[in-house]
Write a protein that binds this ligand. Structure first.
Ligand SMILES: *[C@@H]1O[C@H](CO)[C@@H](O)[C@H](O)[C@H]1NC(C)=O
Ligand SMILES: *[C@@H]1O[C@H](CO)[C@@H](O)[C@H](O)[C@H]1NC(C)=O
Ligand SMILES: *[C@@H]1O[C@H](CO)[C@@H](O)[C@H](O)[C@H]1NC(C)=O
Ligand SMILES: *[C@@H]1O[C@H](CO)[C@@H](O)[C@H](O)[C@H]1NC(C)=O
Ligand SMILES: *[C@@H]1O[C@H](CO)[C@@H](O)[C@H](O)[C@H]1NC(C)=O
Ligand SMILES: [Zn+2]
Length: 448
């Protein structure tokens, strides 16, 4: 294909991932994850996400979740690009309700003239106008997150989990800090141990879509599929936590895709204000880039695009880490640094014990009244707010805590626009390779 060298690199990396992985035995800290669901949500009670991913009840949701990494766990999800005709009806209903309510802008869908190039809108549609506002063109939609608070190095890593993830997580853990991991759904399927290690070390898990497409080029339903499956997998693999943040691959989101994320799934969109280009096959000097960003004024705070895809990107971060504090920056996981610090829609953080058990999901939530679990519906209709089905059986490992009916903190407004983002992003080669490799690895896995 067009990028043989990166393919080979990723192929070898991904194949290594198919081998048995080190467990967390070497993980010295004893973090106890309370696998309980909270009763306190970020989104208001009438937000559709409550019906899609059910809120807690005092008795748990009664679901016995397969262990992360089990065959049954992986088999329940699309293995590659999701089929938008086979979506849980609750997701489709929630989308249709949002469209009917006028909250999803009906704008032209851009196309790409070649793979891995910027999506192009039809003549007459300005991607920098407020009614399109594409992140690819560095247009900032008010409320989206591009900057962190003054003086804060808001840390995040994209595209994991990968075989290089343990090195990163162990390093951060040894420095008593965590980060936010914008994970790709199919990579979680391929690297379940690395995923679980990240979560259980107290890091924040966020959404980076299922297969890393240019989101603005997708239909509404395909956008729902990319976000919904990733949220579902994270939810079902973290004791019911519902991610609060997503980062569009390539920074490619506009008013339509951002609205679907927000209105259907309650997700907030996160970009960046500096880019290391660490993914580039050309091997840019990542450390030099980081050093340069650390020397910039403390206003606004830093959100630097970094990846946990190969050792090289992780090693460069590790080498630069001491410079962050030395330059006067406060290192913090992105999801904790912005807004009110709540990293999930229904819990404060991975290790927080403010949660309480319960319910979730989709199949269960939607199935209770209005849908079969995998039937697509094209009818419009409001999302039903399903009542939680109480069950006497609590999920093993759940820690029940007293009910707390307190709801939502309003999401604080993020700074609007104005600071030009000069970074470019074409993650293409790595990604395509990564996805191709994931599939190849899957084939190998079945052959072996
Ligand atoms: C680790 O960080 C926490 C809070 O972030 C702090 O309370 C604790 O003292 C730190 N531990 C070490 C060994 O620095
Ligand atoms: C996720 O968990 C819910 C219960 O909360 C279950 O109904 C659903 O089938 C699970 N989904 C997948 C894809 O495993
Ligand atoms: C299913 O949802 C539709 C609206 O989306 C509603 O009109 C209908 O009554 C619901 N059916 C059930 C069984 O709740
Ligand atoms: C929470 O709200 C539910 C219904 O709104 C109510 O039945 C329950 O008693 C409340 N629990 C607490 C602890 O306030
Ligand atoms: C609810 O929130 C208020 C203010 O945030 C707090 O004072 C109160 O203690 C909370 N109640 C519970 C049950 O957590
Ligand atoms: Zn990415």
């Amino acid at each position: 294909m067009i990028f043989p060298s990166s393919f080979v690199v990723f192929l070898s990396v991904a194949c290594a991932a198919a081998a048995p992985k080190p467990s967390e035995a070497s993980h010295s800290h004893s973090h106890t994850v309370r696998r309980a669901l909270p009763n306190t949500w970020h989104q208001p009670d009438d937000h559709p996400v409550h019906a899609l991913f059910k809120r807690a009840t005092a008795t748990g949701d009664g679901v016995a979740y397969p262990a992360v990494g089990d065959a049954a766990w992986a088999a329940a999800y699309p293995q590659s690009t999701p089929d938008s005709k086979a979506l849980p009806a609750a997701w489709v209903n929630a989308l249709n309700a949002a469209v009917a309510a006028g909250t999803i802008p009906d704008i032209p869908i851009p196309t790409q003239t070649a793979p891995n190039t910027n999506p192009i809108y039809p003549t007459g549609s300005d991607p920098n106008s407020p009614n399109i506002c594409s992140g690819t063109y560095k247009c900032r939609i008010p409320g989206d997150i591009w900057d962190s608070p003054d003086g804060v190095f808001a840390s995040s890593f994209d595209d994991g989990p990968s075989p290089s993830t343990p090195k990163l997580v162990n390093f951060l853990d040894s420095n008593n800090v965590t980060s936010t991991h914008f994970n790709i759904g199919v990579n979680i399927l391929q690297q379940p141990n690395e995923f679980q290690m990240t979560f259980e070390a107290g890091h924040d898990i966020a959404v980076h879509t299922w297969t890393h497409p240019y989101m603005t080029t997708l239909s509404n339903l395909d956008v729902v599929a990319q976000l919904g499956w990733t949220m579902q997998l994270i939810h079902n693999s973290t004791g019911g936590r519902v991610p609060r943040y997503w980062r569009p691959p390539y920074g490619d989101s506009d008013v339509r895709t951002g609205a679907i994320a927000k209105e259907v799934f309650g997700l907030e969109t996160v970009f960046w204000n500096h880019d290391t280009n660490d993914w580039e096959a050309a091997q840019p000097d990542i450390e030099a880039a980081l050093t340069q960003f650390l020397a910039t004024p403390k206003t606004p705070g830093l959100i630097i695009l970094e990846h946990e895809i190969v050792d090289r990107t992780v090693d460069s971060f590790i080498a630069s880490f001491p410079k962050i504090a030395a330059a006067g920056w406060k290192f913090e996981s992105l999801a904790k640094a912005v807004n009110d610090g709540r990293t999930y829609q229904n819990a404060a953080g991975s290790l927080s014990n403010d949660v309480k058990v319960s319910g979730i999901l989709l199949g269960a939530a939607a199935g209770s009244s209005n849908s079969s679990s995998t039937t697509s519906s094209t009818q419009s209709g409001s999302s039903t707010s399903s009542t939680s089905s109480s069950s006497a059986t609590s999920t093993p490992g759940n820690n029940l805590s007293p009910n707390n009916n307190n709801t939502s903190e309003p999401g604080s407004g993020q700074k609007g626009a104005s600071i030009a983002n000069r970074d470019t992003l074409f993650l293409s080669k790595s990604y395509l390779s990564l996805v191709v490799v994931s599939v190849v690895t899957g084939i190998f896995a079945t052959l072996l």
